[in-house]
Write a protein that binds this ligand. Structure first.
Ligand code: FMN
Length: 365
């Protein structure tokens, strides 16, 4: 009996800990998040098995005290929302359940996780209050935890989406720098960015006349900014990858869902043709989407013959380095020599002009 209680306590502590760590997605990155998520659900199942004898009483309300009724409702909600969260986790998974062909809205997944965290605080808290002699003190503690988890949850979605708010920078200031010589034949810079491929509403169209205000990546196309920096540094041609069919939605989370579906179904959207004949070197600039290249970039890579060509990769990302993009590109651009150049954290994009110039200088030395 004692051993069972100890196991139960350890499982419960792990569950709370894992749930909390899961909220730190921006720091853990995707893969750790997915593995720990499985850990959480394993603990949840163990918790239910350990408490299985008490489960039927959760669904009995007759003759129960008010506190017990509230505790039962919280427990039932917690079980239901946890199951929905589990399904949504598979829907947003990029690594472990990447073949699960259902994609959940990323924001909805965060809100569900927050609800599970808040209900868990209540679930454990109410029990604690019921067992404690100093009920008032414990109740204050639980109330603080409850408000804290709701607030954190509500703040988390805008925080995770913070890179997608408009940021104004001086375009000219950011792209101008030293000109550098490219030794071989003129390279072709190919980039993919949301601007031009997204159905933005008129009022968020980012280029605002002669002052050329640059908004953050989503609105202005930060990958386009890097292409412009390279164009300023060397003699090159620049082409954008542009889809010809339906554009991506203007909302970030909807774009994540659409892009996730495309990736899982291996849909390669139609794009305007890009002729790479006559170029020995291609500098490919792409944002990381779901840990790899956006599917329109895959369309580009599979539409051309890259044999013997050099492809220089510049990835931009919100945390994942190159993700799986390098391996995926190697598979798609058969016969090409692939070179990793740099992976840029999205907030650093406006300030990479010097880094870009330095790379070209070193390469051509
Ligand atoms: C659909 C979508 C999926 C994304 N997936 C990832 C990802 O898996 N890893 C990551 O670090 N960043 C991810 N991001 C963030 C982008 O890489 C980042 O916004 C981009 O580099 C900025 O360039 P842009 O302004 O041209 O979109 C994603 C962004 C979008 C829109």
């Amino acid at each position: 009996m004692k051993g069972r209680k100890a196991v139960s306590t350890v499982v419960d502590i792990f569950m709370y800990l894992l749930l909390f760590i899961q909220m730190l997605y921006v720091f853990t990155g995707n893969n750790i998040h997915e593995f720990l998520g499985i850990g959480f659900f394993v603990c949840l199942i163990m918790h239910l098995i350990i408490k299985k004898k008490m489960l039927p009483s959760v669904f009995k309300f007759k003759g129960k005290s008010k506190a017990r009724i509230i505790a039962n409702i919280v427990t039932i909600l917690l079980i239901v929302v946890s199951i929905i969260l589990m399904i949504s986790s598979m829907g947003v998974s990029r690594t472990i359940f990447s073949n699960f062909h259902y994609v959940c809205d990323a924001d909805l997944h965060v809100y569900l996780a927050t609800t599970v965290l808040t209900l868990s605080v209540l679930h454990g808290g109410i029990k604690w209050i019921m067992m404690s002699k100093e009920k008032k003190k414990v109740a204050v503690f639980v109330a603080v935890g409850f408000i804290g988890s709701i607030t954190a949850g509500l703040a988390l979605v805008p925080y995770l989406n913070r890179h997608f708010n408009e940021v104004q920078i001086n375009f000219a200031e950011k792209i101008h720098g030293d000109a550098v010589k490219w030794k071989g034949s003129k390279p072709l810079v190919v980039y993919f960015t949301r601007l031009g491929n997204t159905d933005f509403e008129d009022n968020v169209d980012a280029v605002s006349g002669a002052s050329l205000l640059l908004a953050d990546g989503v609105l202005m196309g930060s990958n386009q900014l890097i292409a412009n920096m390279i164009d300023d540094a060397i003699d090159c041609d620049v082409k954008a990858i542009t889809i010809t069919g339906d554009k991506y939605p203007s909302s970030y989370s909807s774009t994540v869902s659409v892009a996730g579906k495309e990736l899982k179904k291996k849909t390669h959207p139609a794009i305007e043709p890009i002729d790479i004949k006559g170029y020995d070197s291609i500098i490919l600039i792409y944002p990381l989407w779901w840990g790899t290249v956006p599917m329109p970039v895959a369309s580009f890579l599979e539409s051309c013959d890259f044999s013997e060509k050099d492809i220089y990769l510049i990835a931009t990302q919100g945390s994942s380095g190159y993700g799986d993009s390098v391996d995926d590109i190697k598979e798609m651009a058969e016969g090409a020599n692939i070179h990793k150049v740099m992976s840029i954290y999205c907030e650093d994009i406006p300030d990479v002009r010097e880094r870009v110039g330095k790379w070209v200088k070193e390469l051509n030395n």
